[in-house]
Design a binder for this molecule. Structure first.
Ligand code: BV8
Ligand code: ZN
Length: 247
């Protein structure tokens, strides 16, 4: 496969947005592809605050199963390539992931914003007690309760219909704007995402408006593909290292 390469020089600022597709070759199901996660269960039944309100046990079973899968998975060559390019670019790099599996952290990524939260943290469904590290896989009744107020604990994950942490949104916008102000060459690379879920799916447009060169590395067509200058189709573990000149 002719491998295109993103030219990255001393003035380049690179922001990477990842989705479930970057973890597919680590064995984790994506959401909308064949055999996707949501095929097993409807979003409305497991990934909304209403679903948790209606049947917290079912939601906890869904996330316990996700923890079991993610806990048995390791980062793949695409995760490692993203961590490697961060090490080379330092503060000229930012990773925003939609994934909650923690594989980027295991690969060594540190300049990382987990837009949709993390499987490995839980928080109180009512009070403002800080989230706690939680690796329990088989969550069964009595469901975990908050030490501070006794209410049910919930996964520290952003569900549909919930706002993202403003600090996370701000970190992305600040990085993009800083590049625009510095007149730096800004590159936006999306990896393994179908471009269906907002606000993450809209970041490429914001980057483009700021003059970014936009790239999409994905296994197939994405809903927001029209915003990308370059679309490279194929599995992330071979496409991403080659794109970043690391393969
Ligand atoms: C918000 C945590 C303001 C859960 C996730 C109506 C009512 C309420 C809201 C909305 C509405 N209409 C629109 C909205 C906004 C909604 C939204 O965007 N809905 C979409 C679906 C229409 N967004 C929200 O609700 C967000 N909040 O907007 O708040 C608000 C509030 C109220 C009302 C209006 C607005 C919150 C969104 C966050 C939801 N939480 N995750 C969990 O993970 O369990 S989203 C979930 O989807 C995951 O995080 C996942 O990462 C993410 C995005 O999906 P992808 O990562 O792209 O995965 P997907 O399977 O789709 O694609 C994988 C791609 O990889 C494929 O294209 C495939 O080709 C490719 N691939 C596969 N294998 C490989 C590969 N690529 C390379 N290599 C491979 N080997
Ligand atoms: Zn509480």
């Amino acid at each position: 496969m002719a491998t295109e390469r993103i030219s990255i020089d001393a003035g380049t600022r690179l922001i990477v947005l990842t989705g479930a597709g970057i973890s597919a070759e680590s064995g984790l199901a994506t959401f909308r592809g064949a055999g996707g996660l949501w095929e097993g269960s409807r979003v409305e039944d497991v990934a909304t605050p209403e679903a948790f309100e209606a049947d917290p046990e079912r939601v906890w079973r869904f996330y316990g199963a996700r923890r079991a899968g993610a806990g048995a998975a390791g980062p793949n060559r695409a995760h490692l390539a993203v961590a490697e390019i961060e090490a080379r670019l330092g503060d000229r790099f930012l990773l925003a992931t939609q994934n909650v599996d923690g594989l980027h952290g295991l690969a060594g990524s540190r300049r990382l914003v987990e837009l949709h939260g993390s499987l490995w943290r839980s928080r109180c469904s009512r009070c403002e007690a800080p989230p706690v590290e939680d690796r329990v896989v088989d969550v069964a009744p009595p469901l975990p309760a908050c030490d501070a107020c006794g209410s049910l604990m919930r996964p520290d994950i952003v569900w549909f219909g919930e706002m993202l942490d403003p600090a996370h949104e701000w970190a992305v916008r600040r990085f993009l704007k800083a590049a625009g102000v510095a007149g730096a060459r800004l590159v936006f690379l999306a990896i393994g995402t179908s471009g269906n879920v907002h606000p993450a799916a809209g970041y490429v447009r914001y980057a483009k408006d700021l003059g970014a060169e936009t790239w999409l590395a994905n296994a197939d067509e994405a809903a927001n593909a029209r915003w990308f200058d370059h679309v490279v189709t194929g599995p992330a573990t071979s496409v991403v290292p080659a794109l970043l000149g690391l393969g």
